[in-house]
Design a protein around this ligand. Sequence first.
Ligand code: 13P
Length: 254
Amino acid sequence: MRQYIIAGNWKMNKTVSESVALAEGIVEATKDIKKTEVVIAPTYLAAAKVADVIKGSNVKLAVQDVHWKDQGAFTGKVSVDMVKEIGAEYIIIGHSEQRQYFHETEETVNLKVKKTLEAGLKPIICIGETLDERNGGKLETVLSTQVKGAFQDVSAEDAAKCVLAYEPVWAIGTGVVATDEQAEDTQKYVRSVVAEIYGEAIANGMRIQYGGSMKPDNAQGLLAQANIDGGLIGGAALKPDTFFAIIKAAEEAL
Ligand code: 13P
């Protein structure tokens, strides 16, 4: 049985004081959550303060990206040791916004995944197709390339620590959510690619989140699907009540 994982990706939203307030609201809302893993990913700037707020709570910390080098002249970047020191457990890697706007490639995703695992942290690896790719019959090729690229030279033991997040680019921030069936069919396919690389046991144990306009009113249907093991939430993660409503849908889906 895979444990649901609901993660809030705050993207470039919330100042430090707003982040602290949001984290406090989420800690309070989730104090009785028992079964679902709850993760929040504030900006780097707010991450250390948010880490203090969530200490001892049901909420875990992620950051939204990392560099694959240990240290040095990489202006604007943050290393995995810096992330680890403040107590983050997860690192979001390969988000489509990184791929689209900041030159993220299969190769840099793979370097970041390996570095994260080497440090003992867990990657949330994002994959997803554009609408043109889906309509052009390239869905499976795109996703299989992304999955295989991310896991290049990653051992089965390490792969088992990773979470995948299927985020169709056309559903992110658009309000156009994938239907339950589209998401389920696609995630089933993604799991088959993992099985091709690592075998059924690792594939069946791997958690695959859905992301892209997941909201309180569609979460229940999505989370009821056999191959959807949680959500990576953008807009709806920016308020304790909407984020909590999605967590509750996961908690009740178990
Ligand atoms: P939205 O939930 O705002 O569509 O964002 C999804 C996402 O990109 C999470 O990483």
